[in-house]
Each structure stands twice: as C-alpha cells, then as structure tokens.
Design a protein around this ligand. Structure first.
Ligand code: ATP
Length: 583
C-alpha cells in the first residue's frame, strides 16, 4: 500500500470524534489492505511501531527533528524553531516547510507503508556510535520523498504524537466489521452514523477477537492470523511464558455484604496488598520475566524478585500473578505503594534501590503451569497449584493471605486485620471463577474503606509564577469516555516543593516537560501519559469542563506510574459517584 493511502485515512480520522465513524473508516481500510501490510497499518494508526508491550522506542527528540527538517528543506534550524513556536506542532511545521520547498527538486519516490515502517523500526534498533547521524539519515530519507501531508504524519509517528483517536476497542470492532461483515450481516448507515448487525453473531466474533487479543496483546497479530489463516486459528493462540498477557481486573464492592452478592458464598477473601502488580513468568529455559499491569518489562528493576522466584517456586515453567509490596528494611513494616513506585522506571542504581526499598512478593494467582493453560480452571484449583509449588518465606515470597468463609462477621474481622497491617482492604473472589484477562468481571471484587479519589490523566498544565515559574504547577485532568478524554478539573494542590516530602513540582515538571505538544504563554498541552490519583471533596455539575462535571477541592494524592490511559476512570464512573453523593 502506498503511504499516501494511509495518510488520507489519518486525515479522515482526525476530522471526526465519533467512535462509530472512526471504526467504519478503519474497517474500510482493513478491507483494502493486503496481508503484508495489515500488521503495519494497525500499529501505525495506533501511533506505534511495535506491540504495546515491546520496550523498543524510536527515541528521537524534537530537537533532532528540527535538525532533519532544516537539512531536508534548507531552512535554518532557527527558522524551523520559530515556526514551531508559532504552530505548536512539529507535524504541521513539516507540512508547511515541505510544501514551501515543493519547487525545489526533492527526489520524490513513492513512499510505501512498508518503507516508512522499515525506517521507523530501524530508528528503534540503532545503538552505539554514530546513532544520531544514522537516525537523522533515516528520517531525512523519508522526508525527502514525502509529499507535505505525508511529512506531517511521518513526523508525528516519529515523535510519538500521532493522535487520530484509535483506541483498542475501535481496532477490535473494525477487525470484526472488516473481516466478518457477511457473517454478521453488517450494514452501516453513514447518514445516521449507525450500524445494523445480527447481534448474536456479532458478539460471538467480538468475543473471539477480544480473547485472542487478551492472550497476545497485539491486534496486529490477531488481524494477521484472521487474514492469513482464518478465524479458527485464533482459538489456537497460546499463552507463552515471556509474552505478557492482560491481567484480570476487579470490580468494586461497597462492603462485605455487597461482595457476597457479587461473587457468591462462600468465597475467598484475601488481603488487598498495596504494591506493584507483577506478572511473573518463567519459560522452559528458566528465563524469568516480570511485567507490570501496563505490560512493561521490569525484570531488571526488581532483581531480588527474580532471585526469590528462582528459589521459592518449584515448577519448570509458569505465569503467575502477584503484588510486590514494599517494606521498611529497618522495621520490616509494609510501606504504601508510593514508596516503591519509583523503582518501576528506574534505570540506574538498581541494586541500591532494592536494598533501600525492598519488596515482598505476594502471589495470588497462576494462569500457566508446566505447559498447561489454566485460564479456564477454577480459582480453587489454581490456588491449590500455587500452594503446591511455592515455598513461603516471609519478606521474600509468600502467598496472599486468604480466608474462605461465608460468614459476614469473620470476613469483616479479616478486613479490619488487613487494614491494621497497613494493607488497602480485601479482595473477595469466587472460588469457581475462571481467570478472565482484561475484563472487570464479577469473579472477584475489591473492597476498600471509602476514599474519594479518581485515577485521571493529565492533559494540560500551567507554568507557575514567581519563584515557581520553573515548574509546571497546575494540571488539568481528564477521564475517559468511549476512548475520548474529557476534562474534569484543574488540580494544583497536594504537591510539595521538596521531593523528600512527597510528589514534588519538580518531579511532575520532569515528567511532563518531554510530553509537551503545544505551548501558548503559560499554558501547555501535554501528551496524555501521566496518570495521577486525585482526591476531591465533592463532584459538581459544571459547564467549565468538557465532561460536564468538576471536582471540588481536587488534590494530587499520588502518581500512578503503574497505570496506563486504559485504566483511568470513565465518565460513567464519575456519574455513578455523583449520583451516589446525591442519595
Ligand atoms: P486500586 O486503584 O484500588 O489499587 P486498581 O485499579 O489498581 O485498584 P483493580 O483491578 O481495580 O486495580 O484492583 C485490584 C488490584 O489490587 C490489582 O490490580 C492488584 O494490583 C492489587 N491486589 C493486591 N492484592 C491482591 C490480591 N490478593 N488479589 C488480587 N489483586 C490484588
């Protein structure tokens, strides 16, 4: 496929915020796409070049792109920079400059999707000496051949700032619309922005595609299997230790009684540990890997966990689910998540960190054991296997503290004990429940003491005044609504001037600065990547923010580097809480 065909789709996608319309545009593209390009197309529309869990990054700064643009077009770096501050987006700058240079004899080869992808991937693979120059060359090669509109999107893809609003749910639906339109009797009414299908069949295909995604975490792979081998092959997709899968998520229950109603009686209560969720896998060759719930590989960051897993789990290969909880090495008391969260992204002094902020691994589930997939086994069986293969050692590796009961008083006592130990609350789990990756099904729920907080993403920020002018000090936060981000308020309290006291302005500024997409006066728009937990005293209806709601007295409670944009609260969640407070 020529790259320009994909670019035309990017443009169409940019013009609509309607989910169904986006799905329709993408499904039409998938229908036209040859097998060899399917994988590339699905990554590129999501603004990526590799699967979500792949750690490789393009690693090109705005500065370097300015250098490339200047060398390709002959404009000085200064001029490019000036235009950037006016336009606020280097993609647009690329468009303007290449358009202006049209008359010059740029060597214009037709760019294909494959060629663009190959060069982008090479960028991520370069290492060592001369890397910068080679990177400049690879992007220059593309831009020299690019039409202005192609240049715009190449630059956006390189910088990771492509936002055409294609979230995972849209990719899934588009795959079904594109490849099974006949089976589901699909019809789309463009005027009404509506579609008709045979619901039962539609749900059947959606389920299959979703399941394959939950196992692979890669819609490119899923689409390619369907296109090249057919739907039946999807079911053969296997769990593989070493490749992360989406973890199971839990709904909220109001209290113990509510929990019994959702998960049934008797059920297993477990302490809800306040740490970092780790999916731990060991393959047949003994390679151990640790992934966060965002599927980031953090094996290097937690060397002691790797040691414990080697020592205390007796099995050839497995995938287990667990929570790594920090403790104070002097008092051996558990510490809240915040104290060890800094270990997740740490690249240096890892050994020292593991001494200063050691963790205990609390194992609560197993989904793969000695070659067998346990996703469809009951929780009762899975726990039995865990008990068989682990040797527990306090402050190193233990099984989640568990109580099986149908008695409300016993369960409440267990809940209070958990809180007294410094844990967050309890989980209640259906003993017959299977492990369902990704979805918040009723097989398990969490119960916490009431706290009015939401996990939200920062979309805008503001530079401070006076002695705070070097920091971004106020943050506009947003929730999710059908893959669209809607603002719910501005938060500027809860941060500290010094980092020893908690989340500091300096820390936040360091996180947000590289994400700035546009800057106007004191205000900046950032790539929506930093997730924070925001406390508030009340939710109010408000026309000020695009969600229609505003948080009263919002404050930053903590950073949530373990969460991704998929995990933030939805407009539905906010409405629910709003309605609750009115009761
Ligand atoms: P929260 O923000 O309340 O920590 P969450 O959004 O991170 O919740 P949920 O799936 O809603 O995630 O709640 C369950 C989380 O609790 C899991 O992701 C896991 O990290 C943690 N956890 C701690 N102890 C357990 C346990 N015994 N069983 C399952 N999950 C546990």
């Amino acid at each position: 496929m020529d790259y320009i065909d994909l670019v035309e789709v990017f443009e169409k996608l940019e013009k609509t915020s309607k989910r169904l319309e986006k799905t329709h545009i993408l499904s039409n593209l998938l229908k036209k796409t040859q097998k060899d390009d399917i994988e590339y197309i699905i990554y590129l529309v999501q603004g990526r070049i590799f699967p979500q869990w792949d750690q490789r990054e393009i690693g090109m700064s705005s500065k370097l792109i300015i250098k490339v643009l200047s060398s390709v077009t002959g404009d000085s770096a200064n001029e490019v920079e000036k235009l950037w501050s006016k336009e606020g987006d280097l993609g647009n700058v690329a468009f303007i400059l290449i358009e202006k240079n049209k008359q010059r004899t740029l060597t214009r080869n037709t760019l294909t999707v494959k060629k663009v992808m190959e060069n982008l991937r090479k960028l991520a693979e370069l290492e060592g000496k001369g890397t910068v120059n080679k990177k400049v060359q690879l992007v220059s090669e593309l831009l020299t051949s690019a039409k202005p509109i192609e240049a715009k999107f190449i630059v956006k893809n390189v910088l990771g700032i492509l936002r055409v609003g294609i979230a995972e749910g849209i990719v899934r639906d588009a795959i079904v619309w594109a490849f099974f339109d006949k089976e589901i009797n699909f019809d789309y009414d463009e005027k009404e922005n509506n579609f008709i299908v045979d619901r039962e069949k539609y749900n059947f295909y959606i389920e299959k595609v979703q399941r394959a995604y939950d196992l692979t975490n890669d819609y490119s792979k899923v689409a390619l299997i369907i296109k090249s081998k057919g739907i039946d092959e999807l079911a053969k997709e296997k769990l593989t230790p070493g490749n992360p899968i989406n973890v199971m998520l839990y709904q909220k229950a109001e209290n113990i009684e509510d929990a019994f109603k959702i998960v049934g009686k008797p059920c297993a209560f477990e302490y809800k540990y306040d740490g970092v969720r780790l999916q731990v896998s060991r393959d047949k060759n003994g390679n151990i890997k640790l992934f966060t719930r965002r599927l980031e590989d953090v094996t290097r960051q937690f060397p002691e966990v790797v040691e414990y897993v080697k020592k205390y789990i007796k099995a050839d290969n497995f995938i287990i689910d667990s929570e790594a909880v920090g403790y104070n090495p002097k008092t051996n008391k558990y510490l809240p998540f915040q104290s060890i969260s800094q270990r997740i992204k740490r690249k240096y002094d890892i050994k020292e960190m593991s001494k200063k902020f050691p963790v205990e691994l609390n194992i609560f589930d197993i989904i793969y054991y000695n070659g067998a997939n346990l996703l469809n086994e009951t929780f009762r069986e899975r726990r039995k296997i865990l008990e068989k293969i682990t040797k527990q050692e306090k402050l190193k590796l233990v099984l989640a503290n568990q109580l099986i009961t149908e008695d409300k008083n016993e369960a409440e006592k267990f809940f209070r004990e958990s809180l007294a130990q410094g844990e967050e609350g309890v989980m209640a789990k259906n003993l017959e429940g299977i492990y369902k990756p990704g979805s918040r099904v009723g097989y398990g729920v969490k119960i916490k003491p009431k706290a009015d907080t939401f996990d939200l993403v920062i979309v805008k920020a503001e530079w401070g005044e006076g002695k705070r002018s070097k920091w971004l000090t106020s943050y506009t936060v947003a929730c999710n609504h059908n893959d669209e981000l809607l603002e719910v308020g501005k938060v500027s309290t809860g941060l500290k001037e010094k980092s020893e006291e908690g989340v500091s302005f300096d820390q936040m500024t360091r996180l947000l600065r590289p994400l700035i997409k546009e800057e106007k006066g004191k205000n900046v728009i950032v790539k929506p990547e930093v997730i924070i937990e925001v406390g508030y005293s009340e939710i109010q209806k408000s026309p000020t923010y695009s969600s229609g709601y505003a948080l009263r007295f919002p404050r930053v409670i903590q950073l949530r580097p373990d969460k991704s944009i998929k995990d933030i609260y939805s407009l539905e969640d906010i409405k629910k809480e709003y309605n609750k407070q009115r009761k």
